[in-house]
Every structure is written in C-alpha cells, then in structure tokens.
Ligand binder design. Structure first.
Ligand code: FPP
Length: 247
C-alpha cells in the first residue's frame, strides 16, 4: 500500500520523535559487524529526514546516542563517534540544500572534543535554515534533563529571580533543552522494542506512540508514512471524551 497518497496533508504532525533501534541486529542478521548496521542506519536518517521535510513536518528529533550507550564496548562507542563526525561533515551541504536546520539536545560536554566541535560547526552552518529542524539527541537522558531543569529553577529561586508560585508546567518546559520546540505529536520506535528508554520523558506526556518491528536500517519512507497515517486515524483526546471533541 502506498501510504503517502492516503495522508491528510492538513494533519501532518508538527513534531516527530524517533528512537532509531535495531542497527546491531540488522548487521548481525547479515553476518556483518555492528558498525555496518550503524552505517546503514545513517542512510535511513537521511531518507527519513528528507521525507519529513517533504511532507511538511517542522521538527524531527532523533535519539542518536543515549547516556546509557557509553556502556557499550569502547570499540563501538568510538566507531559511533567517528561516524557522527564523518556524517556531520558530509551532510551539512545536503541539509543546507534542503533548508534544514540542525540542533542538538543532550550533554555535549560529555562528548569527545572532535564530535562536539563537528556538531557545533554543523549547527552554526545551518542556523538560518527554516524549513524543518532536525535535532539529534546526543549523550541525552530524559531524567538528566529534568534534574537540570529543576536545578535551574531552584537556582533562580535562591537568587530571588522567581517566586515558588512561578514554578509551574510552563516554567518547567521553558527550562528544558527543548524550550523552543513544541512537544512531539508522534513517537516512533523501531525494532519491536516497546520502551521509552529515558527519551523525552516530560515532552512525550501526550504524544501518540507507534511501535514497528522493522529494524531501523529497513525503515523506509513508506513506513514513515504508514506511521503518520496510523497517527492521523487515532483520536487524541487529552483527557476529554469523544463527544466533547465533536463539539
Ligand atoms: C540503535 O541500534 C542505534 C543507536 C544506538 C545509534 C543510532 C545511530 C545512528 C543511526 C548513526 C549515528 C547517527 C547520526 C545521526 C550520525 P542498536 O545498536 O541499539 O541496535 P540493536 O538493538 O539491534 O543492538
């Protein structure tokens, strides 16, 4: 089925968040080293980024490296970091051609110097693009981010810049790394896993979740459109009844 033609162009999600999972298993199935799975995963990143921009998604946020990923063998961590630098250097031109802005969330201070520098350079080079924002979550953890926001607010309270009464959901959202983005409408996770794995814990409170058994390197444009089609045919009630939504 071609899902692109079935999409309601008026109801394209503004923000899609993705947990790209299954690169390692994809490589293993082919008898290849895991790193080749990550290389194939980068190709999917390119495909899905361009597809999102094409249909009018405004924000795409990808879980590229979690805080927990440091626990992988050093060889794989190093390969991922090298791949990141290589990809960023190579893709900036394509991002500019497509008018896509690059951003990052996560604790960049924990990244190797070269990865951090490549990231900063790519962000700088794409800063004025405005068709879509591609955000890479790097050394990211939802709980870390929430704790950091709590510290920021506490600091301001101690300094007398805000009152206790000013600490509400809006102020909290504004203290997160995603302060200038809307919350994701749709979360996609590939490879059959059905966990959040510490991803955007605060921001996903009302998002629709879509899980697919496909491994990330096998996830094609049409699979993205199917996920969006499914999303469009679900009802988001935000705690209301169906009848109230019809009013
Ligand atoms: C999950 O597969 C994937 C990752 C932990 C990293 C994702 C990274 C990329 C797609 C490449 C780098 C990204 C950019 C944007 C340059 P897994 O290794 O957990 O797979 P498994 O669960 O099958 O082992």
């Amino acid at each position: 089925m071609n899902y692109e033609d079935l999409l309601n162009k008026e109801k394209i999600p503004q923000h899609i968040a993705i947990i790209m999972d299954g690169n390692g298993r994809w490589a293993k199935k082919k008898g290849q080293p895991r790193v080749l799975g990550h290389r194939a995963g980068v190709k999917t990143v390119r495909r899905i980024t361009e597809a999102c921009a094409k249909i009018g998604v405004k924000y795409l946020t990808l879980y590229a490296f979690s805080t927990e990923n440091w626990n992988r063998p050093a060889f794989e961590v190093n390969a991922l970091m090298r791949l990141l630098v290589e990809t960023l250097n190579k893709e900036v031109k394509i991002l500019n051609k497509n008018n896509i802005q690059l951003q990052t969330i996560g604790d960049l201070t924990g990244l190797p110097k070269r990865s951090k520098a490549a990231m900063e350079k790519a962000i700088e080079a794409t800063t004025s693009n405005n068709r879509m924002r591609l955000t890479l979550a790097l050394n990211y953890s939802g709980r870390w981010e929430i704790v950091e926001a709590a510290k920021t607010l506490a600091q301001k309270a101690i300094a007398g810049e805000i009152n206790m009464a000013d600490i509400n959901e809006e102020a909290f959202s504004a203290a997160l790394t995603t302060y200038d983005m809307p919350d994701p409408d749709l979360l996609i996770r590939t490879s059959g896993e059905t966990r959040l794995s510490n991803y955007l814990l605060w921001q996903l409170a009302y998002s629709e979740f879509y899980f697919t058994p496909l491994l990330w390197p096998d996830f094609m444009e049409n699979d993205l459109y199917e996920a969006i089609y499914t999303f469009q045919n679900r009802e988001r009630r935000y705690g209301k009844t169906s009848e109230q939504l019809d009013e």
